[in-house]
Design a protein around this ligand. Structure first.
Ligand SMILES: [Zn+2]
Length: 146
């Protein structure tokens, strides 16, 4: 719930920012008088307005991309950025070792995220594996070795 709430909060902030830029664009570039008189749309008729809309659209798309990219690399429990990327698998020995993946872990041990590098049948979604306490699991394995 916290994970999705953070995504919604970021999306709302981005929507407010894009709307503010849109309103600022109208304030900075008022509609020319001849367009009001002829009742034509500015988009496609006025080069500067069309260029400004293109830049606003590109900024909006980049902002949405960054929000989604950032959200995918966050812990599902504590929302901290996932760290310590480790590459697993092999490109050369695909069938023996497995497909190449990059695994990230939460620094507080809430879980691991496995991101596939090989996309044969389309875009595969990353696999999140929650852990109760990954550090306790690691210390537990050391104690059983002794
Ligand atoms: Zn975490």
């Amino acid at each position: 719930m916290k994970y999705w709430g953070y995504l919604v909060a970021k999306s709302i902030v981005a929507a407010v920012l894009i709307y503010a830029l849109w309103r600022m664009l109208w304030a900075v570039m008022p509609e020319p008088g001849y367009m009001v008189f002829q009742q034509t749309r500015r988009f496609g008729q006025d080069l500067w307005w069309t260029s400004a809309i293109l830049v606003l659209w590109l900024l909006s798309a980049a902002l949405i991309y960054l929000i989604i990219w950032d959200q995918r690399r966050r812990c599902r429990t504590c929302l901290r950025r996932l760290r310590m990327p480790v590459e697993t698998g092999s490109w050369k020995n695909l069938l023996l070792i497995g497909p190449p993946r990059t695994e990230y872990i939460c620094p507080y041990g809430h879980g691991t995220l496995s991101v596939p590098e090989l996309h044969i049948t389309g875009m595969e979604s990353p696999d999140w594996q929650p852990h109760e306490d990954i550090w306790a699991e690691l210390y537990g394995t050391e104690e059983t070795r002794k």
